[in-house]
Design a protein around this ligand. Sequence first.
Ligand SMILES: CC(C)(COP(=O)(O)OP(=O)(O)OC[C@H]1O[C@@H](n2cnc3c(N)ncnc32)[C@H](O)[C@@H]1OP(=O)(O)O)[C@@H](O)C(=O)NCCC(=O)NCCS
Length: 106
Amino acid sequence: MTVNEKMVGSINVRIDRTASHGEVSFSMARRHWDSGMCTEALVAVIEAGRHEPWLELLYRTTDRRNLASQRVMEKAGMERDRDFRSSRTRGGQPVEEARYTISLKE
Ligand SMILES: CC(C)(COP(=O)(O)OP(=O)(O)OC[C@H]1O[C@@H](n2cnc3c(N)ncnc32)[C@H](O)[C@@H]1OP(=O)(O)O)[C@@H](O)C(=O)NCCC(=O)NCCS
């Protein structure tokens, strides 16, 4: 994502072709938060994914404290399908995660 030709954020999809799944990640420079850009980018990625015949599902897991990330996924049409305790830690504590998914093939 760019503003005035400067990169202010990114969105990536890590594809697992054997599982027909893609894991989405995104981040945005703080001064561009709440600009709507991240949601716009996620909607575009989902739309592009619908045109890949072999890709069935996109997902993202996020720290449950990251409410902005969850809101972005909800606005883009993803649904929360699982809460779990992660193996990764923050401040010595396991991270409580939420997984969001969207099926690309109805
Ligand atoms: C997640 C992130 C990439 C979203 O990018 P963005 O450009 O802000 O996304 P958008 O503008 O498309 O949408 C953000 C939405 O989240 C909402 N939001 C922002 N902060 C929020 C909060 N603390 N609680 C609930 N919703 C929040 C905004 O109001 C907006 O929703 P709305 O359009 O319904 O008002 C960006 O905020 C980010 O990198 N955040 C850093 C991670 C973080 O927040 N960590 C918190 C501790 S884990």
